[in-house]
Design a protein around this ligand. Sequence first.
Ligand code: GLA
Ligand code: ZN
Length: 715
Amino acid sequence: MPSINRRKFLSGTVALFGAAGFRYPIWALANPNGDRTPSPLLLGVDYYPDQTPEALWVEDARMMAEFGFTNVRIAEFAWALMEPEEGNFDFVWLRRAVQTLHKYNIAVILGTPSAAPPPWLTAKYPEIVEVNAQGAPLHPGGRRFTCPTNKTYRRLSLAIASQMARTFADAPGVIGWQIDNELTLGSSARCYCNYCQAGFQEWLRSKYGSLDNLNRTWGTVFWSQTYTDFSQIPVPLPSGGDPNPGLALDYNRYQSYANSSYLEEQLAVLRKTCPGHFVTTNNVGIPLDIIDLRSLYEKLDFVAFDNYPGFFEMLLHEQSKSGSVSWDYINTTIAMEHDFARRLHGKPFMIMEQQSGKAGQRTFSPQPNSGQLRLWTYQAVAHGAMGVNYFRWDTATFGAEEYWHGILNHDRSKSPGYDEIKQTVKELKALGQDLLTANYPAETALIFDYDCDWALQIQPGHSGLSYVAQITSWYGAIASNHSGIDIIAPGADLAAYKIVFAPVVYVLSEAQAVRIKSFVQNGGVFVTNFRLGAKNETSQMARTPLPGLLRDVMGVTVEDYVPIYSAKQGVKFSSTLAGADGESGIWGDILKPDAAEVLGTYTSGAYAGRAAITMNSFGKGKAVYIGADLDPASLNRVLRGFSASAGVRQLLDVPSGVEVTVRKSDRKRWIFLLNHTATVQTVDIPAPHTDLLTGERQTRTVSLSAYGVRVLQAS
Ligand code: GLA
Ligand code: ZN
């Protein structure tokens, strides 16, 4: 434990937060001693006393304490043990587990168990199961097979959560809660059951007020879909032809709302019953996009995500069935997920489950290379994590996750990652709270908009066009200059940023157009691409020449928009963007400059000679329209060029495969160097720094071992 003065820290926070009736900051809540002294760090492990013979609990707790862990998360799937029959609760075993852990100073995050309802429940209430997008009901026997709308499931979820809350509100050692587990992350993401249909109809009634309004907004006169009663409105199940795009978009919004409001019911009870505890949930960010995570996490105390880079590699292999998956792509996607997590609350986040070895169910990823487990932990911290729990302590010897390896092997010997994780936890403790709670400065923003994502999934225009893929490749291009990036909501304030990137703004609201306009007017640089402003929030097409609401800002008119299949379109760059000729992959917006300057031109096909990229001066700023779906090398060069011209500074020049990030508090600044490659890399630094991990002073050139990490501070 770093030598922080607990008493002083506590008295300060109590004065600040206690009197005002706020919840204590989480640091003050982690009180394994039960006396409100803070245990400042969340460096723990996911643990399953419910799956472990009680005779081993003491040994586990002792080993965890020796390992250096500060906390566990437990019980998130233990419904059957906590409520063996309806209304008959048994928390005796869980109390003993908490007490045992507490004895060894291991604090406890409790999970509410609603992701895995027991067989008595589904036998009695079979109607709670989810219905998938083909209209087929799921079946009990796995997990995450429930409907988020169903009132019986909600009532029973709330009952077990309330009983748990009452039982553990004052239990020494308990510090916080995780509600449910990875909402919507199962084999079927959205539910299409009768209860969801009724819930959708209710939601529409309050959104639209009248059927007239709804019919007009969706354009239901098309294909004779005019509704004369709310009860006639369907959910988008297979219907011989595509659904109405307005209905389909609203259905995605409804499903997101159903999950968030489901979570909020449990949250309300926990807030009331356990005012001294923090509450969060665990999920993963982009590329999974069923719930608007901004709403899901809005009222929670902090964001917690799960992080499995090695498992992600395996999934990519299984999806592509090809031999090579780029680790650059994986590292970039994970970095993006961290940046997304941090920006959801604009403050440090937690990793609730961090890969600790081979990971998977029927198939599994290999043991990460030596150094990678530590590297992946530091990558999270480098992007703003304040705490990490590893998944999981031991490895299950039964059940669907026998191959999801933990810190102990099946025979309870040390797993191959044991020592490395132990070392990492020790290092993070030494780096301390100052670093873990520090900010992450960013001059660049990337807009991620669920409406654009969902509307484009409903009508991509080209089967290869994906919003998430576009966001990921833009993030990768921008991140390659190693300056901080915030991934923001369309409604976020843009004023703090020098440059804002926003690919595929397929849905554009008036409010969003106004924000972008004033950002550019006041000197910001706005960079966007094809399909800008094609639709409004109701998923109807813009009725003005594109790019619709931003035509004046962009200074161009879109003459045509073209999916590209076999006839590739070449792109030639003007001297401003100087570089080898590029190619447009799957899409081309054909631009006619009104006021804008042409920076790129199509060179082949029917549109040869027409503008592909333009830049407009508007007010004090610039607005860039990239009509072409640029090849990765060109996109990289072009986006980096715009960043540089907006005044975004690249902190250090590093070899490919090395990541640089900065965290910053009022008084201190930490530079992270992360080597994602299997070879030694070197980085030149402009001034002497100390590596806080080794204590070595680095003067000019820092070397990074394979998968190595440095945390530097000016000295
Ligand atoms: C998830 C879940 C856990 C566990 C692990 C491994 O992300 O939250 O319950 O299933 O992954 O699959
Ligand atoms: Zn349902």
